[in-house]
Design a protein. Structure first.
Length: 274
């Protein structure tokens, strides 16, 4: 992907800190390989796929056998077009999750991926309005901060990924912003597909937008701490930042998804076997 991208490291006090995400002591990797290399080889295990086609009893099922379901909260609801041929279509397939930004969200009862090893999270999202409110699409909470959050940052008007290096209030963060593909709030558009890959052995965090790698950040997180709360869809459990808009195709994997798999996830047709 061409264009300009920005990666920012938030400083603590007067000391600028540099982090390498997920550093594992003693892990070797090839320095001359590209940002999408998986070294050493890693398996990809699906922990959750929520197509958000239905939510009987306020619970959206997980396609993965034995996987955690998503419980809907507030006024969150699953939308289906009244007219399959001429009505406003869902983002993907026949249904999607609608959130009004006023105390609506969905969550699992525990974290499908903890963050202490390699993982992949993905979602398709469409903002209701590009406005002055920062809004979180997906997050993994700890006790005092989010292990990771994917959100619309109102100040920049961009999608971004935020990773906290420790589970402390005001912990230093690594931030990756996407400057080329901006959020689209056209109610008839399909939004953007957002995917985060945390490759622990390679010390890399990768942010894909619409199937394309927007930025690779390499820096030292010797903690690799584990999220303690369930996956949040449509909010940060720590900061609020409720999402107003449409969400679909939520996925969680242990391990590193390669670029081809990320592109497949971004398709506008649900892929239950992926």
């Amino acid at each position: 992907m061409n264009g300009r991208y920005r990666a920012a490291t938030v400083t603590a006090g007067a000391l600028a800190l540099s982090f390498a995400l997920g550093g594992l002591p003693g892990t070797a990797y090839a320095a001359d390989e590209g940002p999408d290399a998986q070294t050493p080889a890693q398996s990809l295990s699906r922990e959750g796929y929520w197509p958000l086609e239905a939510a009987p009893g306020g619970v959206a099922p997980n396609v993965e056998p034995g996987g955690l379901p998503l419980a809907l909260n507030g006024d969150a609801w699953i939308y289906h077009p009244d007219d399959p041929l001429f009505g406003d279509p869902a983002l993907v397939d026949q249904g999607d999750l609608r959130l009004d930004g006023d105390g609506d969200w969905a969550e699992t009862s525990a974290a499908p991926v903890g963050g202490d090893g390699s993982f992949t999270l993905a979602v398709r999202a469409r903002l209701a309005a590009v406005d002055d409110r920062t809004q979180t699409v997906l997050s993994l909470p700890g006790s005092h901060t989010d292990r990771l959050a994917i959100r619309y940052q109102a100040e920049s008007g961009e999608w971004e990924v935020v990773v906290s290096t420790e589970d402390e209030v005001n912990a230093p963060q690594v931030v990756i912003s996407e400057e080329q593909t901006l959020p689209n709030d056209d109610p008839h558009d399909v939004g953007e597909h957002l995917a985060v890959v945390f490759d622990a052995p390679a010390h890399e965090l990768r942010f894909y937008v619409d199937g394309q790698l927007s930025r690779t950040s390499t820096a030292v997180d010797t903690t690799s701490w584990t999220a303690s709360g369930g996956l949040q869809v449509g909010r940060s459990a720590i900061r609020g930042e409720y999402f107003a808009g449409t969400v679909d195709e939520v996925r969680a994997y242990s391990g590193v998804a390669d670029p081809v798999t990320i592109q497949q996830m971004s398709a506008l047709t649900g892929l239950p076997d992926l």
